[in-house]
Design a protein around this ligand. Structure first.
Ligand code: NAD
Ligand code: UGA
Length: 458
């Protein structure tokens, strides 16, 4: 039987994951719906709403063949057999749990929409990242009406990372499917497993209880972010002791039990999920009275905030304890390379802290300048935006690299330096440039967790 697939939420997860399913399963009809008409228009155009290497090709190969983008949510629900829900689950900004808990209003509205428009049995798949036991709430809403339709709720969290989404989806480390331990639950699990088995080796598809699946997603993000905070905490100690954090990371990462990944020190983690998912985990622990466990995970976020303030404090200190009226070019605003996404980007906080110090901030980024303008709109004329990195750096006292874009490695640094004010400072917030070469050119180089290379008497 050819089963129709619907995804509610055409964002960073919904768009790429459904495009991949459509490509790998040409006999399935996959529809992605969203309440945001502009976003759907963009998915149907030549300029997709998100930048992700390789995404254009996948979408173009399937769109209007077995992949459709639409705003007709009611029709999508009525026609679907399997419904993925991939709406946003941001941190709550009001009421109980404000600043910590996940805001489940979009999620609940979606559940009610499904209930309203479903006329046949559905498998409802949680793709969004959700607090543990949300599936139970979802199931209660779905079965709250007079309907005889049966809804089986599964958890199938997404582990893709932005910038590598297509590679991650093509060759995932694992696929996780959580379902109820009932005949209907296990039948639904088997159906989702069969869908992924079209391209993912069976041994990489894990099946668990719903609760384990929901918690594993929060736990995976917390563990990854914890590694970043651990190496960033050590970077502060390296700066105090003149050890090099890159050398330390290399030495510890060669221990097979530790491994080399997620040990790059820098300005801290950003992105839409690490921050919100850890806070969500903290809130869950607090709700269960696990105060010590909550405090443990909260510290991962606190170190991340500290790393950003520490970075700015280091800039001010290096530049003779004042940056007032100095032009500072921030090169890179996306939260990581190969994405235009700036959600929770460390650059947002760094730009604001520099503006508080009365610096004249100029932001540059190859992909994220529109988002940067929106993020800093309230600062008005106090921040400038300049796509060309050389123009951004012209007349500047300092350049600070906040995203490790590949094209920044290839910059003509002598040309950059020539038009800057002297002494010129270069702050490498991602530890991805060659400090010795830059120092030789004439820059005063400050990289995270490394001894500064300065031409000035310190
Ligand atoms: P997003 O904000 O890019 O997309 C969510 C979309 O849902 C938006 O376009 C929004 O308009 C739409 N939406 C909201 N309510 C709706 C409704 N009632 N009906 C139809 N559409 C609705 O978010 P995202 O980055 O794709 O993340 C979605 C979920 O996936 C989150 O829970 C997130 O934690 C999780 N996740 C994200 C990533 C990532 O890399 N961004 C990776 C793994 C998991
Ligand atoms: C992360 C996870 O890697 C995904 O598995 C997960 O699905 C996703 O969150 C999610 O739930 O949204 P993402 O945030 O897209 O993916 O990107 P990462 O590569 O994890 O990077 C996150 C942040 O950590 C970036 O700001 C990055 O620059 C920073 N980072 C990463 C470091 O500072 N050092 C490192 O060594 C690694």
């Amino acid at each position: 039987m050819k089963r129709n697939i619907l995804c509610i939420g055409a964002g960073y997860v919904g768009g790429p994951t459904m495009a991949m399913i459509a490509r790998q399963c040409p006999d399935r009809r996959v529809t992605v719906v969203d309440i945001n008409e502009a976003r759907i228009r963009s998915w149907n155009s030549d300029t997709l709403p998100i930048y992700e290497p390789g995404l254009d090709e996948v979408v173009k190969a399937c769109r209007n063949r077995n992949l459709f983008f639409s705003t007709d949510i009611a029709r999508g629900i009525a026609e679907a057999d399997i419904i993925f829900v991939s709406v946003n689950t941001p941190t709550k900004t009001f009421g109980q749990g404000a600043g910590l808990a996940a805001d489940l209003q979009y999620w609940e509205k979606t559940a009610r929409l499904i209930l309203q428009h479903a006329t046949s049995d559905k498998i409802v798949v949680e793709k969004s990242t959700l607090p543990v036991r949300t599936a139970a709430a979802m199931s209660r809403i779905l079965h709250s009406g007079e309907t005889t339709v049966h809804f089986e709720v599964l958890s199938n969290p997404e582990f893709l990372a932005e910038g590598t989404a297509i590679a991650d989806l093509t060759n995932p480390d694992r696929i996780l499917v959580g379902g109820a331990d009932t005949p209907a639950g296990q039948a639904a699990v088997a159906e989702l497993v069969a869908l992924y088995a079209a391209w993912v080796p069976r041994e990489r598809i894990l099946t668990t209880s719903v609760w384990s699946s929901e918690l594993s997603k929060l736990a995976a993000n917390a563990m990854l972010a914890q590694r970043v905070s651990s190496i960033n905490a050590l970077s502060a100690l390296c700066e105090a002791t003149e050890a090099s954090v890159s050398e330390v990371a290399r030495a510890i990462g060669m221990d097979a039990r530790i491994g080399p990944k997620f040990l790059r020190a820098g300005v801290g983690f950003g992105g839409s999920c690490f921050h919100k998912d850890i806070l969500n985990l903290v809130y869950l622990c607090e709700s269960y009275g696990l105060t010590e466990v909550a405090d443990y995970w909260r510290q991962v976020v606190l170190i991340n905030d500290y790393q950003q303030s520490r970075f700015v404090a280091g800039m001010v200190r290096a530049m003779f304890n004042t940056v007032a009226e100095k032009r500072i070019a921030l090169l890179g605003f996306a939260f990581k390379a190969d994405t235009g996404d700036t959600r929770e980007s460390p650059a947002i906080r760094i730009a604001r802290l520099l503006v508080d110090e009365h610096a004249r901030v100029v932001v540059s980024d190859p992909r994220a300048l529109d988002n940067a303008r929106a993020d800093l709109a309230d600062l008005g004329e106090r921040v400038l935006f300049e796509p060309d990195p050389y123009a951004a750096a012209a007349g500047a006292d300092a350049v600070a690299f906040l995203t490790d874009w590949q094209e920044y490695r290839q910059l003509d640094f002598a040309r950059l330096l020539k038009n800057m004010r002297h002494p010129a400072f270069l702050f490498d917030g991602r530890n991805f440039l060659d400090p010795a070469a830059l120092f030789r050119l004439g820059f005063n180089v400050h990289a995270v967790g490394c001894k500064p290379l300065s031409h000035l008497d310190m």
